[in-house]
Design a protein around this ligand. Structure first.
Ligand code: SAM
Length: 244
């Protein structure tokens, strides 16, 4: 998969386009942007239909929106909380399993020094490899392995688990984490959560809290200012644990 080179935003409508090949002219519903303009350092370019486009280098959210999707991804609202509550930074080493489509692991890699990713399913692993190319991330180590068999990394700051049986990873996570490191488990179902919490008894993993985030967008248009009728409700429970 080619990397995204430019992002074009049509000024009138706010419609966004991603450009992967600046050697070719780019066609939009509001006209064609020439290759010469795409290769230039201009901030504003004009299409063949005289519409203005803002031209930007892609930001991480632009890239994230364009990840190839396979299995259900972790939503940005949940990723934000994981980053905030674990405080990972440019010195942090993280382990993520299962990698899935990479929504979480590449968001971690945008902040952390290194991220090792375990993904057992070959089809999902292929999606991860494509997305790694799309994002041009060299600090992500993709491992086509069963995390239930163990984690080889040690002294890590964070382990994140988004897979059906995280209780099979508790002892491995305990061994991989440095003292004070975080284990974050994402589960859609309370029965799974109960099994996971029970599995931490008599281990060095302490459950701190479980919570869920509900996201409600608002419609702000002329004199309309109200919540949207549809909302992103339950996605999953986040359980934050720490090794001590
Ligand atoms: C819901 S997806 C993860 C989505 C991912 N968190 C994201 O944000 O895109 C769950 C993934 O766990 C993988 N998985 C399940 N059991 C596993 C195991 N034992 N070891 C490694 N990966 C596993 C599945 O193949 C699947 O891709």
């Amino acid at each position: 998969m080619r990397q995204i080179q430019k992002v074009l935003i049509e000024q009138k409508t706010g419609k966004k386009y991603v450009v992967k090949d600046v050697d070719d002219d780019f066609h939009t519903s509001a006209g064609v942007i020439s290759s010469a303009d795409l290769k230039s350092s201009k901030n504003i370019v004009k299409s063949s239909k005289k519409e203005n486009f803002v031209m930007l280098s892609p930001s991480f959210p632009d890239l994230w929106e364009n990840l190839q999707r396979g299995p259900q991804v972790i939503a940005q609202k949940d990723i934000g909380l994981i980053l905030a509550k674990t405080g990972v930074n440019q010195n942090s080493i993280a382990v993520d399993a299962g990698g899935g489509s990479g929504s979480l692991c590449f968001s971690l890699a945008n902040v952390c020094k290194e991220v090792a990713v375990y993904e057992i399913n070959p089809e999902h692993f292929a999606i991860l490899e494509k997305n790694k190319q799309l994002l041009g991330r060299s600090n992500v180590l993709l491992k086509q392995e069963d995390v239930y068999q163990g984690i080889t990394e040690t002294e890590v700051d964070l382990v994140t688990l988004d897979l059906p049986e995280p209780w099979k990873v508790v002892v491995h996570a305990e061994r991989a984490l440095k003292l004070g490191g975080f284990l974050v488990v994402y589960l859609p179902n309370l029965l799974q959560l109960k099994t996971f919490v029970d599995s931490t008894a008599r281990t060095g993993i302490t459950v701190l809290e479980t919570l869920e985030l509900l996201e409600r967008q608002w419609k702000i248009e002329d004199r309309i200012m109200r919540p949207e009728f549809q909302m992103l409700g339950h996605t999953g429970f986040l359980t934050f644990c720490r090794k001590w």
